[in-house]
Design a protein around this ligand. Structure first.
Ligand SMILES: Cc1ncc(COP(=O)(O)O)c(C=O)c1O
Length: 181
């Protein structure tokens, strides 16, 4: 009989124990100083992350749902606006769009990469579309080249990979491509 082994989808204990000493030292240091909210530790994290990713700014939030929600709000996205994202993602992606008051529009993922099909996003664009949130999944990045070209086609050329375009003349809305963590 063939041996059957169950492989956990995600191994939290391993993630913790593999660096337990380093994590514990940081918890103790931060805890003893009470440096939980908007302290130098957060500012250091933000500047290191910005340098590492090549972004001009990085902001730390309590969780990814809040980060996505605030990014949408900061882009002026709200009621009456549509945001395109993928059907195959954590509920948090759609929740962030709903929290901003906008309408999620779901498109399919490519079965080979599990990330957004750029053509599907193109077909979902309407006059109300304000942003596209592709999701990088299972270690595979979404096709930001095609999606960036799509944003540029509907607006101005890319200025950064996070905010990729603005709608053309006579169009009051901006379009954004936000990179998902
Ligand atoms: C793709 C994706 N986006 C957002 C989230 C939400 O992250 P958080 O739990 O930090 O709010 C998750 C969590 O699983 C996720 O997988």
């Amino acid at each position: 009989m063939t041996e059957q082994r169950s492989v956990p989808f995600f191994n939290y204990p391993y993630v913790f124990t593999s660096q337990e000493e380093a994590f514990t030292a940081i918890f103790q240091d931060v805890g003893r100083r009470g440096a939980f909210i908007a302290q130098q530790d957060l500012r250091d994290f933000e500047s290191h992350l910005a340098a590492f990713t090549g972004a001009r700014h990085a902001l730390g939030f309590s969780n990814a749902t809040d980060g996505l929600h605030i990014a949408l709000r900061a882009a002026g996205i709200g009621p009456g606006d549509e945001v395109i994202t993928v059907a195959h993602t954590a509920v948090a992606t759609v929740a962030a769009i709903v929290l901003a008051g906008a309408t999620p529009v779901l498109v399919d993922v490519d079965p080979a990469t599990f990330t957004m099909i750029a053509d599907a996003a193109a077909q979902a664009i309407t006059s109300r579309t304000r942003a596209i949130i592709p999701v990088h999944l299972y270690g595979q990045p979404a096709d930001l080249e095609s999606l960036g070209a799509l944003a540029a086609h509907h607006g101005r050329p890319a200025r950064s990979s996070r905010r990729l375009g603005r709608a053309g003349p006579g169009h009051r809305h901006r379009r954004h491509v936000a990179r998902h963590p």
